[in-house]
Design a protein around this ligand. Structure first.
Ligand SMILES: Nc1nc2c(c(=O)[nH]1)N[C@H]1C(S)=C(S)[C@@H](COP(=O)(O)OP(=O)(O)OC[C@H]3O[C@@H](n4cnc5c(=O)[nH]c(N)nc54)[C@H](O)[C@@H]3O)O[C@H]1N2
Ligand SMILES: Nc1nc2c(c(=O)[nH]1)N[C@H]1C(S)=C(S)[C@@H](COP(=O)(O)OP(=O)(O)OC[C@H]3O[C@@H](n4cnc5c(=O)[nH]c(N)nc54)[C@H](O)[C@@H]3O)O[C@H]1N2
Ligand code: SF4
Ligand SMILES: [Mo]
Length: 898
């Protein structure tokens, strides 16, 4: 067990992805901190990706929610919580407790989550508690439970180091789990591990693979059904394992044979060339140490649970599970996706991996001393928000998630909120779309953010780590668990919610996991039941299960792998093969909506950008919301690279910059999920997405919505750089990004250069830029305009405007804006639009701010490898998240040279 390093450096855990990297934070005493990787943390051994490295840039208090509010008016915590408690009681009295719902998040700490779950399910008595993990992991959970009888991730990260084949299904690992991808790349280097990537898009991950299967969306279960048949027919069954430790092979195999009798049939269904299908099958069959890692291309699907089970079936038939270097591996998205599952934050779980068998309900009731324990499942996210729309739910408490961007059919949800008697949002920021929604009574509760709060999270390999406080908490922000416990006390449950620390909550949570367990439930923290406050502060990280007396001489010891002994958590201890349904091939595209809209993530942004949006380094890689379109479709629909397009579905629309690329196939579009209302005029992914739920897990399909796309002919394009945020006129298209020294907004407008010049003159007479001086260059005959605004000698804003076809490039201006008091040549350059110094091009390496042009120059100058590029210009030498992009540029150069 590791000891804390000497103050003032604090050991904590990255708040972004489920890799769960250890972070060392050294506060600067002014609200900021220096960030480094924790060399002793077993998830990352000191490495951090671009997002983790830039955490120090996200700590500012700009846009933080600092005080409770009721209907937009600042109030005391007491007043806010009195209102919440009073209204909850009134709703329960009038409509029953099940008119109350909670919508939680895999970004809450386990302790927050535990208290929310206990309050709702045991004391208020509503089963309607769901979480954004429904959109993220619930199909993997359901697949685990069907196969193993429990929601257990069998393997650990060391399996990635020790595998000879890694199959990545629906996972853009290079961008979304970058530190795990570095581990995989190390394995490739060390032992020649091969990568197979299965994804409809040729992602950065795919470009690093040995074999890429560009699958037709939604057809993964056909591919893996074909693999099951192949393994069975070609002598790759592990007979002893199947015989002693599994059930249901015959049924699953019959079904698989109906779906995908051979590689030729699989090729027809999946669109993958038959030779590639055959190559994949031979590679999988012939490699004992194979990990199949899967993520949202599997889970966020109308048949996500079946996709998961079709993968697990192939590991069961070969007995490749719970062994070093072998197993199915669900890569979790959020930092505490696993913790949420552990406390029972999903509507179809009760608590501590227990469900609704009568003895389980009774056990939890006794442990909690709960007066109103629920006895059955509640509504899952999609149904829950539909119930809000129907008026069935009267009070909703949203905590740590931004559903007005991230839920499918988000515009419908926004309208539905107005019917709520009580709408509570626990948030760290004041300007998230969700915090700006409203019910008849809207209560905003300020939450402590990362660096201020204290508790635990569990990563993808079941490892519990501490998030520790290293900053004082600003304004009146409090831990989420404290707000929940205070409401519990106000509702008359003082004893059950008498928590005074995160450690106390953790002990109770660990106690429940061990309560009457005796090895019957996978999730067991028995050894941590009596953990002292001091030990809680220093002891973790540790992997569960960790029952009482688990290690030598009774010392606690976690377990890296499960199921190696062939014992599962079904009643007969056998794993189940699952007969899956054939993929539904009709994607319901129509003449009106002929495209399939796929959605997902970019390398440097986290979800709805409430944190990464503050970092100029992270905002440089992709600065505007975009849609990827294949060149053939672009030509057919008059879309040009860099132009603006309107994307429409049956549910809503967005306006995005077009990125023409052959990494998507004809007929498909891809847009990122990140830009909410605070960062772009019209780019909320949730407004567009249909979200058909998987019948088993209830997880909505977020990767395939029928859509239409058409160009939008704006008159002009431009950008505005400013020290503080400036609002642009109604009707403009815009996207905002953090830049060095302030904010940059790229815009498109129908207004003329004359109108824009007038607008700038208005701005310097308004509150936005009061009393400043305007230096202008205007050529209205050619519809061009540039200006710079000075407050004395200090540059405070700069705008460029040109006809849409001559969109001004902002890289040079951004570099000039970094100087607060520019010299004369730079001042002139801002107005002429000609760079004073060469621009570096769009940023590739976020850590060192190295642009594509600079990297291209080093390659042209003879740097022939990633290492040589790094030595010449530092790109790729810190976190390594950009190495795939550098490698692609190197390959391009080699191809050109040939
Ligand atoms: N940079 C960054 N990293 C993140 C996050 C972030 O916001 N930003 N979020 C974190 C979270 S919460 C999550 S859940 C993870 C998600 O991590 P990933 O799942 O890796 O990310 P996505 O981009 O959502 O989707 C992965 C891929 O699924 C593909 N896909 C779509 N349809 C199909 C299909 O039918 N079959 C297959 N095989 N593939 C398909 C998409 O083309 C996409 O490339 O990332 C985590 N890490
Ligand atoms: N179309 C489409 N939609 C998707 C996805 C997709 O791939 N495509 N992915 C889905 C997935 S996998 C996920 S995980 C979701 C993510 O979607 P969301 O959960 O909606 O996204 P976040 O931006 O992470 O929202 C977290 C919110 O919590 C706030 N916050 C931060 N710290 C705290 C805290 O300590 N306490 C409280 N109370 N609040 C805090 C942040 O400011 C932020 O507003 O999106 C889902 N939606
Ligand atoms: S891989 Fe990056 S985002 Fe994920 S936990 Fe590690 S540092 Fe954070
Ligand atoms: Mo997620």
């Amino acid at each position: 067990m590791t000891q804390p390093v000497a103050a003032p450096t604090v050991r904590t855990t990255c708040p972004y992805c489920g890799v769960g990297c250890g972070v060392l934070a050294t506060p600067d005493g002014q609200g900021g901190a220096t960030i480094a990787g924790d060399t002793e943390h077993p998830a990352n051994y000191g490495r951090l990706c671009s997002k983790g490295s830039a955490l120090g840039e996200t700590l500012s208090l700009e846009n933080r929610l600092l005080h409770p509010e009721i209907d937009g008016t600042r109030v005391s915590w007491d007043a806010a919580l009195d209102t919440v408690a009073k209204k909850l009681s009134a709703v329960a009295e009038e409509h029953g407790p099940d008119a109350i719902a909670f919508y939680l998040s895999g970004q809450l700490l386990t302790e927050d989550y535990y208290v929310a779950n206990k309050l709702a399910k045991g004391f208020i008595g509503t089963p309607h508690v769901d979480t954004n993990s429904r959109l993220c992991m619930s199909s993997a959970v359901a697949a685990h439970r069907r196969a193993f009888g429990s929601d257990t991730v069998p393997g650990c990260y060391e399996d990635l180091d020790e595998a000879d084949l890694i199959v990545l299904v629906g996972s853009n690992t290079a961008w979304c789990h970058p530190i795990l991808f570095r581990r995989m790349a190390d394995a490739k280097e060390r032992r020649g591990t091969k990568f197979v990537v299965i994804d409809p898009r040729r992602t950065q991950t795919a470009q690093e693979s040995d074999l890429f299967l560009g699958i037709r969306p939604g057809t993964d279960s056909a591919l893996f059904s074909g693999l099951l048949v192949y393994l069975s027919d070609n002598g790759f069954r592990d007979r002893a394992f199947i015989e002693s430790h599994t059930a249901g092979l015959d049924g699953a195999l019959d079904r698989a044979r109906q779906i995908a009798p051979n590689a030729a049939a699989v090729a027809v269904l999946t669109g993958v060339p038959e030779a590639d299908v055959a190559a994949f099958y031979a590679l999988f069959a012939g490699t004992r140490r194979v990990v199949t890692a899967f993520s949202q291309g599997v889970n966020q699907s109308a048949q996500g649970t079946d996709k998961g089970n079709s993968i697990i079936n192939c590991h069961l038939i070969t007995g490749r599970i719970g062994q070093p270097g072998a197993g199915p591996f669900s890569l979790t998205g959020q930092p505490n996706a696993m913790g949420g599952r552990e406390v029972g934050g999903l509507a179809n779980m009760l608590a501590a991996h227990m469900h609704f068998a009568p003895e389980e309900v009774d056990r939890v009731r006794r442990y909690w001393g709960a007066p109103r324990i629920i006895t059955g499942e509640g509504m899952k996210a999609v149904a829950l928000f539909e119930a809000v729309a129907r008026g069935k739910i009267k009070a909703l408490w949203v905590m740590g998630t931004n559903p007005l961007v991230s839920m499918p059919r988000a515009d419908m949800i926004r309208d539905a909120l107005k019917g709520l008697d009580l709408y509570v949002v626990s948030e760290a920021v004041s300007d998230s779309d969700t915090a700006r929604g409203f019910g008849q009574t809207t209560v905003l509760l300020p939450a402590q953010a990362w660096g201020e709060k204290d508790g635990t999270v569990t990563n993808s390999e079941r490892r519990i780590s501490r998030q520790r406080r290293f900053l004082t908490s600003p304004g009146e922000a409090r831990p989420d668990w404290a707000a929940l416990a205070d409401v519990g006390r106000r509702l008359g449950h003082g004893r059950a919610f008498a928590f005074d620390s995160a450690a106390a909550i953790f002990r109770e949570h660990a106690g429940l996991s061990a309560y009457e367990n005796n090895g019957t439930r996978d999730f067991d923290l028995g050894a941590l039941t009596d953990i002292s406050d001091a030990a809680y502060d220093v002891n973790l990280p540790v992997q569960w299960p960790i029952p009482k007396r688990s290690g030598p001489r009774g010392a606690p010891q976690g377990k890296a792998r499960l199921f190696g002994d062939g014992r599962f958590y079904t009643f007969d201890q056998r794993a189940r093969f699952v007969a899956v349904q054939p993929p539904a091939l009709a994607l319901a595209v129509s003449d009106e909506f002929p495209f399939v809209l796929n959605t997902g993530r970019v390398r440097d942004h986290w979800h709805t950008m409430t944190r990464t949006g503050k970092s100029q380094r992270l905002s440089a890689h992709r600065a505007v919301p975009f849609v990827e379109v294949h060149p053939d479709d672009a030509a057919a629909h008059r879309l040009t690279d860099g132009g603006i397009a309107r994307l429409a579905t049956e549910h809503g629309e967005a306006e995005l910059e077009v990125m023409v690329t052959d990494t998507v196939v004809p007929g498909s579009l891809f847009m990122p999920m990140h830009w909410g209302g605070a960062f772009a005029s019209k780019a909320r992914v949730g407004a567009l997405v249909r979200g058909m739920p998987d019948p088993v897990s209830g997880q909505p399909e977020l990767k395939a919505t029928p859509a239409a796309i058409a160009p939008v002919a704006y008159r002009a394009r431009g950008f505005l750089l400013s020290r503080a945020q400036v609002a642009l006129p109604e009707g403009w298209w815009w996207a905002r990004a953090a830049i060095t020294g302030g904010w940059g907004v790229q815009f498109a407008t129908q207004d003329s250069s004359r109108a824009v010049a007038l607008m700038m003159r208005g701005l310097i007479q308004s509150e936005a830029l009061p009393g400043c001086e305007l230096a202008e260059y205007a050529d209205h005959a050619r519809d061009r305009y540039r200006c710079a605004v000075y407050d004395g000698t200090r540059l405070v804003a700069s705008l460029a405007y040109a006809p849409a076809g001559a969109r001004p490039d902002w890289e040079a201006a951004k570099a000039l804006f970094a100087a607060e008091e520019p010299e004369t040549p730079e001042r002139l350059a801002l107005l002429s639009g000609r760079a004073a110094t060469a621009s570096a091009g769009p940023v590739v390496c976020a850590c060192h701010g190295v642009g594509a042009d600079a990297i291209a120059a080093t390659i042209a100058g003879g740097a022939g490898s990633v290492e040589a590029v790094g030595a010449a210009c530092k790109a790729g030498t810190n976190c390594g998240s950009c190495i795939p992009e550098i490698r692609k540029m190197l390959a391009g150069q080699t191809a050109r040279a040939a």
